[in-house]
Design a protein around this ligand. Structure first.
Ligand code: CMP
Length: 143
């Protein structure tokens, strides 16, 4: 079954949006198979955002993402990569439609509340940064 990596960023945690965001994914019917809160360090941030190394916003991104705890989760379901991206809305909240998480809760690209993997390959790479295989749960979900 397809999996994706989703992360509530430090601004989402600080603004008390953890429950609201997790509720959206649960209500949608996506299955949470991994969940933890952690504080990222610089090495972890550089690994996660390796593809953005050298970009003008990279240093700001690293300091933002390491500024406080994040909530890391793995969601499972059919087409879950695309579904989670659609629920998050566009990376720049200015372009994110109402009803999406960024459309409803964010205004700045540098403080955009949530992350979700952009492909199955990215999901596999990102999940491995945050979770060991035995931290991911297998269970039957009753709808
Ligand atoms: P995310 O989906 O986590 O993936 C890359 C992140 O880089 C993105 O969300 C934003 O938080 C950040 N980002 C992308 N473009 C910019 C930008 N132009 N300025 C600041 N941050 C950016």
């Amino acid at each position: 079954m397809e999996r994706t990596y989703v992360m509530i960023k430090p601004d989402g945690v600080q603004r008390n949006l953890i429950g609201e965001i997790i509720t959206r994914f649960e209500r949608k019917g996506l299955k949470i198979v991994g969940l933890k809160m952690l504080q990222m360090d610089r090495a972890m941030a550089e690994k996660h955002y390796a593809e953005h190394t050298g970009k003008p916003f990279f240093e700001g991104l690293v300091s933002y993402i390491t500024s406080g705890p994040v909530v890391a989760m793995v969601l499972e379901g059919k087409d879950v990569v695309a579904t989670a991206r659609a629920m998050n809305g566009a990376t720049n909240p200015a372009n994110a439609g109402p009803g999406t998480i960024r459309g409803d809760y964010a205004i700045e690209v540098g403080r955009n509340v949530i992350h979700a993997s952009d492909s199955i390959d990215s999901a596999n790479r990102e999940i491995a940064i945050y979770f060991t295989e035995n931290e991911l749960c297998e269970y039957k979900k009753v709808l």
